[in-house]
Design a protein around this ligand. Structure first.
Ligand code: GLU
Length: 517
């Protein structure tokens, strides 16, 4: 690459950051890392009407949680291009707008909202696309139709105005997108977008292009929804004389609903039970609450991994990647053009994999916390080693750390409920006797561990002419109450000889009650 790679994530603080936005940040981060470049966080807050308090802090916290760390930017320390909040860069933009005005690539427009509305109604009535463009601007109140005197008078009067780009009537704007290849738009499809307002604020388009230029951004990697804005940006670079410094564009595919029909929204998350935001968020205006990946028990490494795979793949079978490994493997060439469907089961699978990789002591710590809540003072009976061994066994089974207790409770409490389905299916005339014989063998042995339990079990079943596997689930239900879980004989070892013995015998009357009911 001939130019230093500098990329930016440029969200607008208009609400909670959607995971699609997080993925954009991630791809920018990975691209910068891969090429030894810089990743910047810029806050695009020029539209004060859409500003939502707390949204900026939310963006920063989300990136920190996921370790998608910008080298410069709001919340991450100033670099040579500070400030990174566009509202604080306000005085900077005017010169460039003036440059466009002087060169005849922009013009003042004084139309009131009512006049604009009337124009739109008129055009709609005749079934024409309502745009402020090369055709309609001729009949509107702007510096192209009003006399110079009139324009100056209005400006000195302090009349409200906007400055619009003056697009050619019919011109092909072509640019190369790193993901989509050559893309072309015709200016006849575009409108004379507002670049600047009389309150001194640039709009998104103007501020975005000026800042990308000033911050020496080499690649603009952003969501597909910005693709229609790209030709306008290309023209701005051209009109400002910055074509040689124009960044390369890469528009990322949309994140789609699991069904694939349209963009993934908060409503889909609510409907199907998964978060579409990295963190919990309470909208300060509506009071609306949204769940977050963090609060739902996802590990940050899992979220990074699953987001990386929504729109990119390494071209190999490997699915588990740390952030560093992703940075090594990432390339824009392997980002797909078509939308990426969100897959909840895959998301859960990623989380499960990362829980398995988590240090046993951390899992034990969390299990201890949950057990304490449920057991109160009885918790004191269990020592750290017991909790650690339980954590090791249960960790293989859970999807979220919040599930620990529900999978581990029988390590701490004798079951009072027994899986009825298993009992009804598996219990027969011989079952009670088999259980009693196993209990007896346990009682008679001097030692006790998983293999002793397994041997006792196998011996008794062989003596009774029953295949081991035919009784195992019932035996599991006697010890744990539930149909599935970690390797059964290891559970027995952890429970210990006395407790295992007791549980087998305890289960019999409860099971008989179920059978007789
Ligand atoms: N402020 C825009 C947004 O909210 C940035 C788009 C871009 O990256 O150019 O997504």
């Amino acid at each position: 690459m001939d130019r230093r790679v500098r990329v930016r994530f440029a969200p607008s603080p208009t609400g909670a950051l959607h995971i699609g936005g997080v993925r954009t940040a991630l791809y920018n981060y990975l691209f910068a890392k891969k090429h030894g470049g810089d990743f910047i966080l810029r806050i695009e807050d020029t539209d004060q009407t859409r500003f939502v308090p707390g949204a900026e802090a939310y963006i920063i916290e989300s990136l920190k949680w996921l370790s998608i760390s910008p080298i410069e930017g709001v919340g991450f320390g100033d670099g040579p291009h500070a400030p990174y909040r566009q509202s604080e860069r306000k005085p900077l933009y005017k010169n460039y707008v003036m440059q466009l005005l002087d060169a005849g690539h922009a013009y003042y427009a004084f139309d009131t909202p009512e006049e604009l509305e009337a124009m739109r109604d008129r055009l709609k009535a005749s079934n024409v696309d309502a745009k402020y463009d090369a055709i309609t601007r001729g009949s509107m109140k702007n510096s192209l139709t009003l006399s110079e005197d009139e324009v100056n008078k209005r400006l000195t009067n302090g009349d409200a105005y906007v400055i619009r780009i003056k697009l050619p009537r019919k011109e092909e704007v072509k640019f190369h997108d790193e993901i989509r290849g050559w893309v072309s738009f015709n200016t006849s499809q575009m409108d004379d977008k507002v670049l600047y307002k009389s309150d001194g604020m640039p709009t998104y388009h103007m501020a975005n292009v000026v800042d990308d230029y000033l911050m020496q951004i080499s690649h603009v990697i952003r969501g597909e929804e910005w693709l229609p804005s790209a030709p306008l940006h290309v023209l701005l670079y051209r009109y400002l004389g910055w074509e040689a410094q124009m960044p390369k564009f890469a528009h990322l595919p949309l994140l789609l609903k699991p069904e694939g029909n349209g963009k993934l929204s908060k409503r889909d998350g609510d409907r199907l039970g998964f978060p579409v935001f990295p963190l919990y968020w309470k909208d300060p205006q509506t009071g609306d609450v949204s769940s977050g990946y963090r609060e739902s028990g996802y590990l940050p490494e899992a979220v990074v991994n699953l987001l990386a795979f929504l729109g990119w793949n390494p071209g190999t079978q490997q699915e588990l990647f740390s952030l560093e490994e992703l940075a090594d493997a990432f390339s824009l060439e392997r980002v797909s053009k078509s939308g990426a469907k969100f897959d909840l089961n895959k998301a859960k699978w990623f989380n499960q994999q990362y829980i398995r990789k988590t240090d046993n002591h951390l899992i034990a710590e969390e299990l201890g916390k949950q057990a304490k809540v449920h057991l109160g003072e009885h918790f004191e009976k269990y020592n750290a080693a017991y909790i650690l061994e339980t954590a090791k066994l249960v960790k293989e089974k859970i999807t979220f750390t919040a599930d620990l207790w529900s999978y581990a409770n029988y390590f701490f409490e004798t079951p009072v409920m027994y899986d009825e389905q298993v009992i009804r299916k598996k219990w027969n005339d011989k079952s009670q006797m088999v259980l009693e014989q196993i209990a007896e063998q346990i009682a008679q042995s001097n030692t006790f561990d998983a293999s002793l339990l397994e041997n006792s079990y196998n011996n008794v079943l062989a003596q009774n002419g029953i295949a081991s596997k035919d009784f195992l689930q019932l035996f599991r239900v006697c010890l744990t109450g539930v149909a599935g879980g970690p390797p059964l004989f290891e559970i027995g070892q952890l429970l210990g000889k006395d407790e295992t013995y007791k549980r087998i015998l305890n289960a019999i009357p409860s099971i008989l009650k179920i059978i007789q009911s």
